[in-house]
Design a protein around this ligand. Structure first.
Ligand SMILES: C[S@@+](CC[C@H](N)C(=O)[O-])C[C@H]1O[C@@H](n2cnc3c(N)ncnc32)[C@H](O)[C@@H]1O
Length: 331
């Protein structure tokens, strides 16, 4: 498929194959909760001529660019600039009760990383911004220049899994007392200087984990995901499917928990029948998390950390089925 360089959709063939049975239904609707440059959505619109896509992205540049990229399919596309945890309100506004597919392709896009003005990259100098939604209230510069050391260290440790979180936080406080830290390269340099020399030589750029942690904090990424996945599951019709691509273990853990909660029979052990409302509503379509294959990893290094999980709605949300014998938790 002809996509502009830098917009290569991750695990696209697998995403298409998993969603295909659900999206062939007449009048099918897919929510692409992380539209980006519409790489996945364009492929799915082409695969399914009857499909309508509701494309959500927090970044107005992603919405504007995708509107252009999807000109040929404009009558089958609704684009909304919003965070994905607003999915329930977005569907209500569009008058959509339920959908046949949901896709989340989490994190930052290649164009966002490559745009020096956005401040996501430790490899080029830019103002410390990192907001997906450029009208959002919090920038990375505000986090770095105003958070107390304890809070900063906790963010670096929890969201970046950074071993030297305390040392980095202390170094940031010492530096900012001299002069506010406003640029990506200055922050990257402070991080590099703060960690032990031996650690600088292993594991890639030492600023990587700090930048990931700040991005997660600035965009409330984990909070938004915790709210969004259950809301998305609520919107999926029986036979509909959800696919989530995560890029670090914190995201993947939230997704795994949300999918397995809905795919597990919660009837207390020992009862001969499943209680109404306790029967699993979904069945897992992936066993564990799937990874990109070697060919994709060789062609697209940014796919390296991808983990894919998927599920299909097998039963409606309410206990309308009455008591039924317990079934398998997942296929
Ligand atoms: C990895 S990219 C998606 C790429 C897309 N699948 C494609 O093929 O072009 C992730 C996108 O999600 C968006 N995003 C991140 N957090 C978001 C949130 N909380 N709500 C809505 N969009 C978000 C980013 O702005 C970015 O454009």
């Amino acid at each position: 498929m002809n996509l502009p360089a830098g917009h290569v959709p991750v695990m696209a063939d697998r995403v298409r194959a998993i969603l295909a049975p659900a999206l062939d239904a007449p009048g099918a609707v897919l929510v692409d909760a992380t539209l980006g440059r519409a790489g996945h959505s364009r492929a799915l619109l082409r695969d399914h001529p009857g499909l309508t896509v509701i494309g959500i992205d927090a970044d107005d540049a992603a919405i504007a660019e995708s509107r252009h990229l999807l000109t040929a399919e404009a009558d089958r596309v609704r684009l909304v600039q919003s965070t994905y945890d607003e999915i329930t309100a977005i569907l209500a506004d569009l008058g959509v009760d339920s959908v046949q597919g949901v896709l989340f392709d989490l994190g930052v896009s290649s164009p966002q990383l490559d745009d020096p003005g956005r401040g996501f990259s430790y490899a080029q100098d830019a103002p410390l911004d990192m907001r997906m939604d450029q009208s959002g209230p919090l920038t990375a510069a505000e986090v770095v220049n105003s958070y107390p050391a304890d809070r900063l260290a906790r963010i670096l440790r929890d969201y970046g899994e950074e071993r030297f979180a305390r040392r980095i936080a202390d170094a940031v406080l010492a530096e900012r007392s001299r002069e506010p830290i406003t640029s990506t390269l200055r922050l990257a340099d402070i991080v590099k200087t703060a960690i032990p020399a031996a650690a600088r030589r292993t594991g890639g750029n030492p600023a990587k984990r700090t930048f990931q942690a700040l991005r997660i904090e600035v965009n409330d990424e984990l909070g938004a995901l915790r709210r969004a996945v259950p809301a998305a599951l609520d919107a999926v019709a029986v036979g509909g499917r959800i696919v989530v691509l995560s890029y670090h273990s914190l995201e993947d853990r939230i997704v795994k928990r949300a999918l397995s909660e809905r795919s597990t029979d919660t009837t207390p052990p020992g009862l001969p029948v499943s209680l109404p409302g306790s029967r699993p509503q979904f069945r897992l379509l992936t066993s564990g998390a799937e990874r990109p294959d070697d060919a994709e990893l060789a062609a697209n290094p940014r796919a390296a950390s991808a983990r894919l999980r998927a599920a299909e709605r097998s039963h409606p949300a309410t206990g309308s089925m009455g008591a039924v014998p317990p079934g398998p938790a997942a296929a």
